[in-house]
Design a protein around this ligand. Structure first.
Ligand code: BES
Ligand code: MN
Ligand code: ZN
Length: 506
């Protein structure tokens, strides 16, 4: 999707679809004038309510307007970036559905609301472009088209992609809108790259493919990527990752992405992402129903790749290290068994109460390695860690855990800006009682109660006393299925949040 910002009059925008964003207020005040100026009948305003994401398509402007179609695009009260995001998403999704190639949007009437976080020309332009990229994303690469009806096959396969997004800006605001839109392009495309990885099934994305994806991104956008293979992981003694990998036909990988800014870094930030390419549960096998969704158990890894990539592309003045332990979790004659005791990279021994609590085992190694090797200012891990987090917070909200109130607050603010919802849960020591083991230093299961908190308490034991750590459990929001109120498939959750956070520290 090519991006153009213009200060041309909207009547001159030769788009296939030109959107006029309207708030409820503007609907009352200015809509009539705008519509009649474009030669459009006003009757339509009777039904249009300007709810966020609501859209009415209009045709036939009697030659007054160069665009083939006009969309009245509701942005609700117009004072929330989330409404803008939603509106842009609905608009772009419609454009893809209609197979339209050139999409325009009039941002010249935008009035940023003072005092609302995220409400500036720059930020709204970024949000709008991100919304367009999110709404136009489709996972199509595994569709061969061979079973399409013959008449469809004959006509050259139309690509369902928007070729150009044209933003119309007021004269005074063009440079801010340009800057915001360019940033939105980076975040939106890196997020979609993360979604693509999440959507790839287990047979097409093994641990080595995660490493490869990181390498390709590093090469393209100029950051370093190091991959440890099985031998190197063994030499390091990463017993968590190796144990989870024991039942697998495919070797594990441990990938390190490192972006160093050209200027002096304001902070060193380690991002750890769970990279389980498929989670069958192992010997503690999951039920068959919905097991296929566990191809998304590497969403934390995808988030980390997308975030490091976007940070590098935006040349943010932060030193970012991404760490990704990756494997699938499979049963088999050589697989890890319930009752096994394993020794992690830290030397801490773990009794395996349940082989399906595998994410914390591979994260344990990565967290210790991050803390000890890089001594970062901050460590944040992203993981589809517990079903319990979905029980607690549902499908659109991530669980946030941190041993640092300041960091938790900053993450919550960043999440507010990025439109990704997080909610903090406690890390009180009383919960650690549940993961005591009779035979080892700690158990990887904590029983039925407070499953996402006991998982976080487990991780906390492996950060080598680091005082600025946060764990974000993205089991709910990382992946959409039917009836979750989200688009289906990978969401790229976390990429925008990390970028907002790094911008705060810039
Ligand atoms: N990957 C799952 C968690 C998950 C569940 C993510 C549903 C997304 C949707 C994780 O590895 C897991 O299996 N956790 C277990 C832990 C339990 C065995 C202590 C769970 O949540 O049941
Ligand atoms: Mn599991
Ligand atoms: Zn898992």
């Amino acid at each position: 999707m090519k991006l153009t910002v213009t200060t041309d009059g909207i009547e001159n925008i030769a788009a296939d679809l030109l959107a006029l964003p309207l708030s409820k207020r503007a609907l009352e005040k200015d809509a009539e004038k705008a519509l009649s100026g474009l030669g459009l009948a006003l009757g339509v305003l009777k039904d249009f309510k300007a709810d966020a994401g609501e859209m009415t398509l209009l045709y036939g402007t009697g030659g007054k307007c160069a665009a083939a179609r006009i969309a009245l695009l509701g942005i609700g009260e117009g004072n929330s970036p989330d409404d803008w995001r939603k509106a842009a998403g609905a608009l772009a999704s419609k454009a893809v559905e209609l197979q339209l190639s050139r999409l325009g949007a009039d941002l010249s009437g935008v009035i940023p609301v003072a005092g609302v976080p995220g409400h500036s020309f720059l930020q709204l332009a970024s949000v709008f472009v991100q919304g367009c990229l999110a709404g136009s994303y489709r996972f199509e690469r595994l569709k061969s088209g061979k079973l399409e009806k013959p008449e469809k096959k004959k006509s050259p396969k139309k690509k369902k992609e928007i070729s150009e997004l044209i933003l119309v800006s007021g004269k005074d605001d063009a440079s801010l809108i340009e800057k915001g839109a360019a940033e939105g392009m980076v975040v939106g495309t890196s997020r979609n790259a993360a979604r693509e990885l999440v959507n790839l099934p287990g047979n097409l994305l093994e641990a080595e493919d995660i490493a490869k994806a990181a390498k390709e991104s590093g090469k393209k956008y100029g950051f370093d990527v190091t991959v440890f293979n099985r031998k190197e992981i063994e030499a390091l003694g990463m017993g968590g990752l190796l144990s989870v990998n024991k039942g697998s036909f495919h070797p594990p990988t441990f990938t390190i992405l490192e972006y160093r800014p050209k200027t002096k870094a304001s902070k060193v930030v380690a991002l750890v992402g769970k990279g389980v390419t498929f989670d069958s549960g192992g010997i503690s096998l999951k039920p068959a129903e919905g097991m296929g969704e566990m191809k998304s158990d590497m969403s934390g890894a995808a988030c980390v790749i997308g975030a490091v990539e976007a940070a590098a592309r935006l040349a943010l003045p932060v030193h970012v290290i991404g760490l990704i332990p990756a494997t699938d979790n499979m049963p088999g004659g050589t697989a890890m068994k319930p009752g096994d005791v394993i020794t992690t990279y830290s030397g801490i021994t773990v009794e395996v109460g349940n082989t399906d609590a595998e994410g914390r085992l591979i994260l344990a190694d990565a967290l210790t390695y991050a803390a000890e090797k890089y001594k970062p200012d901050v460590i944040i891990d992203f993981a589809t860690l517990t079903g319990a987090c979905i029980v607690a917070l549902g499908y659109s909200v991530a669980g946030l855990f941190s041993n640092d109130d300041g960091l938790a607050g900053e993450i919550a603010e960043a999440a507010e800006l990025s439109g990704e919802k997080v909610w903090r849960l406690p890390l009180w020591d009383l919960y650690a009682e549940q993961i005591k083991s009779d035979v080892a230093d700690v158990s990887n299961t904590g029983g039925r109660g407070a499953g996402s908190i006991t998982a976080a308490k487990f991780l906390e034991k492996f950060i080598s006393g680091h005082e600025h750590w946060a764990h974000i459990d993205i089991a709910g929001p990382a992946f959409g299925t039917k009836n979750t109120g989200k688009t289906s498939g990978g969401t790229g959750f976390g990429v925008g949040l990390v970028i907002e956070l790094l911008k705060k520290w810039s």
